[in-house]
Design a protein around this ligand. Structure first.
Ligand code: WAQ
Ligand code: MG
Length: 260
C-alpha cells in the first residue's frame, strides 16, 4: 500500500500473507492510510500480487543493537563510524549522510523508495530518483511477529516502526551485494534511525535528525563486484522473504564520540 496527498508520500506498507487474509489485511492498510492523512484528501494505491509459495525464502530477522546518543549530531557521527566499519569509504559515508539530510529526491524531496549507492564509486544507481527502489514482498509469520514484538517491548521498543524497519532491513540484508543500509524516517516526529549490515545486524541509533524535520530516506550500499544492478533490484522488489525466526535484541549502548 502507498498513500499520498496527490503530491507527497504519506504512508506505505508491505505485507506477505495467505490468500484468506488478503481482504482483512487490505482493509487494515486502507485504514492506516486514511489515518495517516488525518482527514485530508488522500490517494491510496493497494496492489495485490500473487506469490508462488514454493518461491518463498524463510529467514531469521537481524539482531538489533540499540545505541543511545545525546543528540542527532552525535548520532550522525556514530552512523558514519558504523558505515565505515562495514567497509563504506569515509567520503562515501559523508556523501550519504548529506544526501539524506538534504532530501534524496528531486529538488530535495523525500523519495518513495530507496537510493542504491555503489559503495566503491559513491554513485547513485537507481533509475528513477523520485521513486528509487521499493522493497516489497516481505513479512513476518504471526508467531515470529508475536515473539519479536515481545522481545522488542522488553527493550522499550514498542513502536510499530521498529518492527517494520527491522523487517524491511532484514530483507535488504539478505540481498546479494548489500554492504550496508542507512535509514531515518521522513516522519517529523520520529528521530531514530539505523545503520544495518549483514555482519553486524541492525544498529539502531536513538537520534539521527532533529525533531520537526520531515526529510528522511533510505540508502542501500551495494558492492557491484559480483552482482548486477538488475539482480539487486529484482531481488528487492520481487523476492518473497518471510521471517519465521525473531532476531536477538541486545542491551542498550550509551555512546558518545569519545568512545572508541
Ligand atoms: N522500500 C524502499 N524504501 C522505502 C520503503 C520501501 N518499502 N518504505 C519507505 N522507504 C524509504 C522512503 O524514502 C521513505 O521516505 C523513507 O524510507 C523513510 O520511510 O526505531 O519509519 O516509513 O528502529 O518514514 C527507522 C527507525 C524508521 C526505526 C524508518 O521510515 C526504529 C521509517 P519511513
Ligand atoms: Mg514515512
Amino acid at each position: 500500500m502507498r498513500a499520498s496527498d496527490g503530491e507527497h508520500h504519506l504512508a506505505g506498507a508491505e505485507r506477505l500473507v495467505a490468500g484468506e487474509e488478503v481482504a482483512e489485511v487490505t482493509a487494515g492498510l486502507a485504514r492506516r492510510a486514511l489515518n495517516a492523512a488525518g482527514g485530508e484528501s488522500v490517494e491510496i494505491v493497494c496492489n495485490i500480487e500473487k506469490v508462488d509459495t514454493a518461491d518463498i525464502h524463510y529467514a531469521t530477522l537481524p539482531c538489533l543493537h540499540p545505541y543511545n546518543v545525546k543528540d542527532y549530531h552525535e548520532g550522525r557521527q556514530l552512523a558514519k563510524r558504523l558505515l565505515e566499519e562495514t567497509g563504506v569509504a569515509n567520503n562515501v559515508a559523508t556523501e550519504a549522510l548529506n544526501m539524506l539530510t538534504a532530501g534524496p529526491g528531486p529538488n530535495k524531496t523525500v523519495m518513495r523508495g530507496a537510493v542504491i549507492l555503489d559503495v566503491h564509486m559513491g554513485e547513485r544507481m537507481e533509475r528513477n530518483p523520485a521513486r528509487g527502489v521499493r522493497v516489497t514482498r516481505m513479512d513476518l509469520t504471526a508467531e515470529c511477529h508475536a515473539k519479536q514484538s515481545e522481545v522488542l517491548a522488553k527493550a522499550g521498543l514498542k513502536h510499530r516502526r521498529v518492527i517494520e524497519a527491522l523487517t524491511l532491513s532484514g530483507k535488504v540484508l539478505s540481498c546479494p551485494g548489500i554492504v550496508a543500509e542507512l535509514c531515518w524516517s521522513d516522519d517529523p516526529e520520529y528521530t531514530a534511525g539505523y545503520v544495518a549490515s549483514p555482519a553486524k545486524g541492525y544498529r539502531r541509533i536513538s537520534e539521527l535528525k532533529p525533531a520537526g524535520q520531515a526529510i528522511g530516506g533510505r540508502i542501500f550500499f551495494v558492492d557491484f563486484g559480483n552482482v548486477e544492478l538488475s539482480e539487486v533490484v529484482n531481488y528487492l522488489e520481487k523476492k518473497s522473504v518471510l521471517f519465521n525466526q525473531p532476531g536477538r535484541v541486545f542491551p542498550e549502548t550509551i555512546w558518545s564520540p569519545e568512545d572508541a
